[in-house]
Design a protein around this ligand. Structure first.
Ligand SMILES: *Cc1c(COP(=O)(O)O)cnc(C)c1O
Ligand code: SF4
Length: 442
């Protein structure tokens, strides 16, 4: 089936045919909360993913549509009042909205610290945190086919330009990669790079296939397009060009790996997504999957087991389960660390070894990706067992370490070292690393 993308935002969502299923309150909530958190959905999500008969709890509706609880009460009331008093002069409203956004921790985990330099030039479109992988944010890829209400990259699409990691010139990226031969992976991310047309994407990717970039072994693309717009690979004008570009990368001897975001098994259930995955796989590309664990969307072990199984069925490789970041509407989605671990292990133990390529639950902290290995009791003291999957210093990786048990903790910064220790083993080094320019080891 051929489909043409139709986007719905705050300005036209009332034209969604199914919108009559919403109560007056829900419409108002979208209008109020949608002023602060970015809101966009599309005809595929609306027609093929959302269950309009069960809106109160529908996970896909929650994934795209603002709900009242996503804003703190005081913020909700402020925006609601200003909208009611609205006189045509938007200045106060816009200022207030900007203030609320800034109070929601728009760039968590010190992402600024990952931005490297080329001499004195700050490379705003690059993050380089782990030696082997460089993240690149092409400026044309800083939007998505729909927006997730939990997204931590939301300043990218809220017109907060000073926070926007984006860079037009692939030139600087190539210069940087020539100097950094330790880099094996370039990860295109956003937003969603697959929003770009095939020729723009090709302009970024093709130069990397030249012999001087032999050290780059894998080109990765982080994308939610398979979940939000699988027609990207089937019937968009330039779908065939995308497929040919993927083939070209794989034929050049490098790997093309999609880091596909799926938050719920329903996103894997349509005919279109199955066809899109098959078409991408036919190019020799691999698809690895990841998702945060989100209350109100996927906080059941059965959902994760189902999702991983379905991914393996379709030829994808389960990769990461993340813990929801401290940003935006986090209070609506967050779960205590212990609960995250319980959900992970209850899902993990139900699935075959082929699904157990997944790692998690993991927090992308300033220091690295910290996995919650579990809760344990040692000589009467209840503790969290943790380890780095990725560390700002690679030497930290895979060393188990311990934090005091804290039942309410939802993030690493709420944990203290166990057994009366003053500091975690990496803390002194981390402080030193933070004082240096980004990306200098030892
Ligand atoms: C996760 C992540 C990567 C990639 O790490 P892999 O474990 O190789 O997938 C790279 N950079 C940052 C900042 C990350 O968070
Ligand atoms: S697709 Fe990714 S970048 Fe886009 S809104 Fe969702 S989480 Fe954010």
């Amino acid at each position: 089936m051929d489909r043409v993308l139709k986007s719905y935002t705050l300005h036209n969502f009332l034209t969604i045919p199914q919108i009559t299923s919403l109560s007056k309150e829900m419409v108002k909530d979208i209008e109020v909360v949608g002023r602060v958190l970015p809101f966009k959905t599309n005809n595929y999500v609306v027609d093929e993913l959302i269950d309009w008969d069960n809106l109160d709890t529908d996970p896909i509706f929650t994934l795209n549509f603002p709900r009242r609880g996503m804003l703190e009460k005081k913020h909700y009331t402020t925006v609601e009042r200003l909208l009611n008093e609205h006189t045509g002069d938007n200045r106060e409203l816009n200022e207030k909205i900007q203030q609320i956004r800034l109070s929601l921790n728009p760039n968590p985990a010190g992402q600024e610290h990952n931005v490297p330099y080329l001499g004195e030039i700050k490379l705003k479109g690059i993050q380089h945190k782990y030696p082997e992988t460089v993240l690149f944010f092409p400026s044309q890829g800083q939007t998505c086919h729909a927006y997730c209400t939990f997204c931590f990259r939301w300043p990218q699409f809220s017109g907060m330009n000073e926070l926007k990691f984006a860079m037009k010139e692939a030139d600087l990226l190539l210069k940087y990669l020539r100097l950094h031969t330790e880099v094996t992976d370039v990860l295109f991310t956003g937003g969603d790079p697959m929003i770009m047309n095939a020729s723009t994407l090709e302009a970024y990717i093709k130069p990397l296939l030249e012999p001087e970039f032999d050290h780059i072994r894998t080109i990765r693309i982080g994308t939610k397009s398979l979940a939000y717009w699988p027609y990207r690979y089937l019937s968009d004008k330039d779908s065939d060009d995308i497929i040919r570009l993927f083939e070209l990368v794989n034929r050049s001897g490098k790997n093309l790996s999609l880091q596909a975001h799926f938050n719920h098994p329903r996103e894997l259930s349509t005919e279109a997504v199955g066809q899109a995955i098959a078409r991408i796989r036919s190019t020799g590309s691999q698809i690895r999957t990841q998702s945060p664990l989100l209350r109100n969307i996927n906080d059941k072990p059965e959902l994760w087991a189902k999702m991983w199984r379905k991914q393996v069925d379709l030829g994808c490789i389960p990769y990461y389960m993340f813990i929801a970041r401290d940003t935006g509407s986090k209070h609506y989605f967050e779960l205590p660390l212990e609960k995250c671990w319980q959900i992970f292990r209850r899902a993990y133990r139900q699935v075959s070894g082929l699904c157990r390529t997944v790692r998690g639950p993991s927090m992308s902290d300033h220091a690295g990706k910290i996995q919650v290995l579990g809760v344990q009791e040692v000589k009467g003291e209840k503790i969290f067992v943790l380890r780095f999957i990725q560390g700002r210093n690679p030497k930290w990786v895979d060393i188990p370490f311990f934090a005091e048990y804290e039942p309410r903790a939802t993030w690493f910064n709420q944990l203290k070292p166990a057994f009366g220790e003053e500091k975690f083993f990496f803390e002194e080094q981390r402080t030193k690393l933070e004082a240096t320019k980004p990306f200098l080891f030892e």
